[in-house]
Design a protein around this ligand. Sequence first.
Ligand code: ADP
Ligand code: UDP
Length: 259
Amino acid sequence: MDSPTPVLGPLLHEGKAKRLYATADARLCAVEFKDTATAANGRHQVYVPGKGRLNCRISSQLFTLLEQGGLPTHFQGLLGDGWMLVRSLRMIPLEVVLRNRAAGSLLRQLPTVAGQPLAPPLLDFYFKDDALGDPFLSEARLAVLNIVTPEERMRLETMARQVNSTLHQALGRIDLDLVDLKLEFGRDHTGQLLLADELSPDNCRLWDQQQHPDSPERILDKDRFRQGLGGLVDAYRTVNQRLQALDLKPRHSDSRVKS
Ligand code: ADP
Ligand code: UDP
């Protein structure tokens, strides 16, 4: 049965995949996962019923896994189906991308072969700015932007590598190969850095180790949409079903966040 939609404060932000709402507690906000799939920085968008709920469930489980491993995240609990309660953060406009294997844009930029292992995992920063097309940042360009201190940059890199290795290991146990992923971080009111946003097949590549390496059926992430393969929701459902074996049990929060 559907859970009731939580009672919320004003809409704070509508992005391509989620809506953020204020709650009665200024330190918390509610996130609604939308049933849309976008590619090419939002220029290509379709309605995909069921995707939002799956991404919310998958993200909640993966945030729970990281919290259990001692990694600080914004996740506070599930609200209704497709909704989660998070710490309200000042976001850092960076996309931190980790790659365990070569795929996607890397194949167009470096002489690499799809699936080529990258050890240690490759970590890159991109400037999160749709109008500029999320450009790649060298260390020098990151310094010009002046949005993180050198200490924060190191902390971001350490946290991102820990997140990647924890997820890579856990997903491997359920035959999901974590090829790459994009992370976002924010600061809480004390300045502490927390992992934020979402952890779903929208922002990582997952290959099914139960499928032949050359089969398109191994793709269980947004590349199904980007490459016009179809079966996006079925793929996300497979990821969610496999995660059940990890028995993560995300916390539930009180849905009456504002009365
Ligand atoms: P986009 O804005 O890139 O289109 P989304 O539709 O996913 O992406 O919108 C979610 C927005 O909320 C993003 O801008 C993201 O940086 C931001 N965000 C994620 N987690 C938090 C948080 N805990 N506090 C404040 N903002 C957040
Ligand atoms: N990614 C993302 N948001 C972006 C760009 C990339 O979530 O705006 C994710 C993407 O899903 C993949 C990883 O980051 O898991 C690396 O993406 P890549 O640089 O290969 O870009 P792509 O070719 O996917 O646009």
